[in-house]
Design a protein around this ligand. Structure first.
Ligand SMILES: C[S@@+](CC[C@H](N)C(=O)[O-])C[C@H]1O[C@@H](n2cnc3c(N)ncnc32)[C@H](O)[C@@H]1O
Length: 247
């Protein structure tokens, strides 16, 4: 299905010449206004994963609960979680993102609410309070592999016993043949969602060394090293996977 797109200047910067020329220069700064449209056309089952996260959160979020959404971007998932648990007294969702323009856009779109806050900070250094639920929706893949384990260790440590980490990641396949199949099917997905070949190649090049997916097993082993023992895949579309890990 072809989708006609009216490109704003920001959108052109995002998917056009700018990133084609800039290997490994992907940045979330300066794309906050077009991010929502972009991410929905780039991530399969984007809305479904948010809905599933809300449904799973029922097992971990009660009144006076604390939820952190890491890499909240424009705050869509944090907002959905806050709405989902509205009425649970004292419960708060905090969206964290190191990109100021993303946090400003989140605040502009979702406004001021007692139960929903956005903080501009790096999840690697932010001093988390003890929480009931952490969510990371396609964020950990952007944390450099040499410090990724440290982040997962901190999440585990900062969770209450019985709390959970819901982690969605782009994942690599277990071998070269499957990786080849998955890459081709995902390219088909992006082309069907209105990107042209130049844009697909340009974005792939701009993400070199910036988006570094682990395999399914790599993610599970990272969660296990942090201390998680109860881990399950809750959603999967080819190379996009959601995990539920319970402390
Ligand atoms: C693909 S987007 C996340 C999409 C978002 N979670 C959603 O549901 O729409 C990745 C986000 O992670 C953020 N990010 C990257 N490194 C981070 C870090 N160290 N700590 C927190 N957020 C980070 C980026 O700024 C970006 O907004």
């Amino acid at each position: 299905m072809e989708i006609a797109l009216a490109r704003t200047e920001e959108q052109s910067n995002l998917v056009g010449e700018g990133i084609t020329a800039d290997r490994g220069r992907w940045s979330f700064d300066g794309i906050s206004r077009v991010f929502d449209d972009h991410v929905r056309r780039s991530v399969p089952l984007y809305n479904e994963g948010h809905d599933l996260t809300c449904r799973l959160s029922d097992y971990f979020v009660a009144s006076n609960s604390l939820v952190y959404d890491l890499g909240t971007a424009t705050g869509s998932l944090a907002r959905k979680l806050a709405d989902w648990h509205q009425g649970k007294a004292g419960t708060q969702v905090i969206g964290i993102d190191p990109v100021q323009s993303m946090v400003e856009q989140a605040e502009k779109v979702h406004g001021f609410r007692e139960d929903l806050r956005f903080i501009c900070s790096d999840a690697l250094t932010y001093e988390f309070e003890k929480a009931n639920l952490f969510t990371s929706y396609y964020t950990v893949q952007f944390v450099h592999p040499n410090v990724r384990q440290q982040l997962i260790d901190r999440i585990y440590e900062r969770l209450h016993w019985g709390g959970a980490f819901i982690l969605f990641e782009k994942v690599r396949a277990p071998d070269a043949r499957f990786q080849d199949y998955m890459s081709q099917v995902y390219t088909d997905f992006k082309l069907a969602n209105g990107y042209d070949e130049k844009e697909v190649v340009g974005k792939t090049r701009s993400l070199k060394g910036v988006l570094e997916p682990f395999s399914t097993n790599g993610n599970i082993e990272m969660l296990q090293r942090a201390g998680f023992k109860d881990i399950m895949t809750v959603q999967k579309w080819v190379c996009f996977e959601g995990f539920l890990a319970i402390k």
